[in-house]
Design a protein. Structure first.
Length: 149
């Protein structure tokens, strides 16, 4: 399974009770979404989205040389997380066509939005000539290479 990383905070997994719970009133659609169990593949996609959201957060805070330099170490760490995430993708069970389409419908709009924002931040930072940081370009290359695994 190959997917681009992106951003969404994982929903809490529904706990499985040892005893059947008493009947509850009909759940609202949002509650139904939270109550359903998620697959390992979906959990993995959500984790990738969270990592990518962290990248976006760091990039959006770069405004000057000091913030550019301060962003280097966290971006390098997130690059390593993305590398591990990408490698773990290969270990996931194959999705059925229906599962893949459902996941794409659910997550691709979020992934696209986050990736578009990352691209915009990258363009802004590059236009500002990386705010004079010599290390920031290497950290950004590391992030790109991590997602290209």
């Amino acid at each position: 399974m190959k997917t681009a990383p992106a951003i969404i905070l994982p929903l809490a997994l529904a706990a499985t009770a040892a005893e059947p719970a008493p009947p509850q009133p009909a759940a609202q659609p949002a509650q139904q979404e939270e109550a359903r169990a998620i697959s390992p593949a979906e959990s993995h996609i959500r984790a990738g989205i969270v990592i990518t959201a962290k990248v976006l957060d760091i990039l959006s805070k770069i405004q000057d040389r000091d913030t550019a330099e301060a962003a280097v170490a966290p971006l390098m760490r997130l690059g390593e997380e993305l590398t591990l995430w990408a490698k773990a993708t290969a270990t996931l069970p194959q999705l059925s066509d229906l599962e893949r389409m459902e996941m794409e419908d659910r997550y691709m709009p979020v992934i696209k939005r986050v990736n578009d924002r990352i691209k915009s931040q990258g363009e802004r930072i590059a236009a500002a000539e990386f705010y004079g940081s010599r290390n920031l370009p290497a950290a950004l290359v590391h992030i790109v290479q991590s997602t290209a695994q």
